[in-house]
Design a binder for this molecule. Structure first.
Ligand code: RP5
Length: 170
């Protein structure tokens, strides 16, 4: 997870305790050949660094910011306040949290005009944030678009094979 200089996607998270789940996001991006800048930035504990990161993200070449946090998860919203780049929010479960529902509501309930594209809580959301970021990048990148088509075909084949193994007609 070394910082990547020319990355188009940033994966930021509120704490190192989020790294275990967010590794799935980084891995998914890597499966598409997309390296990410990975940072620990907190809306509450390092507010100035978080704001500075978001404020300068576009000038630094980033195209999408994925922001993950647990509890009162304001990181994605704090990023969205400072940039016009698309921000994808990943709500996380955490020790002492309310099974991620706290983070989900804190991330998704943005006021009009400042959207955060919020994905599922936890591991599924971490993976989906990566896929959604790839889908955004693929709008201007035919190679990524082809990889997405292949990704979807493989998913379908996997499910059909499992169905067939159970005697389905797939
Ligand atoms: C949030 O608080 C972090 O994103 C993390 O999910 C949660 C707990 O943080 P730690 O106390 O584990 O650092 O800001």
């Amino acid at each position: 997870m070394a910082p990547e200089k020319n990355a188009s996607v940033a994966v930021v998270m509120g704490s190192d305790s989020d790294l275990g789940v967010m590794q799935g996001c980084v891995d998914q991006l890597e499966e598409f050949g997309v390296e990410a800048t990975v940072r620990i930035l907190s809306a509450h504990r390092t507010p100035q660094a978080a704001a500075e990161f978001a404020r300068t993200a576009e000038a630094g070449g980033l195209k999408v910011i994925i922001a993950a946090a647990g509890m009162a998860a304001h990181l994605a919203g704090a990023m969205a306040a400072w940039t016009t780049l698309p921000v994808i929010g990943v709500p996380l479960t955490s020790e002492g949290g309310l099974s991620g529902l706290d983070a989900l509501l804190s991330t998704v309930q943005m006021p009009p005009g400042v959207p955060v594209a919020t994905v599922a809580i936890g591991k599924a959301g971490a993976r989906n944030a990566a896929v959604l970021a790839i889908q955004i990048l693929a709008l201007a990148d035919p190679v990524l678009r082809d990889k997405l088509l292949e990704f979807k075909q493989k998913q379908e084949q996997n499910v059909r094979a499992k169905d067939a193994a159970l005697g389905g007609a797939s």
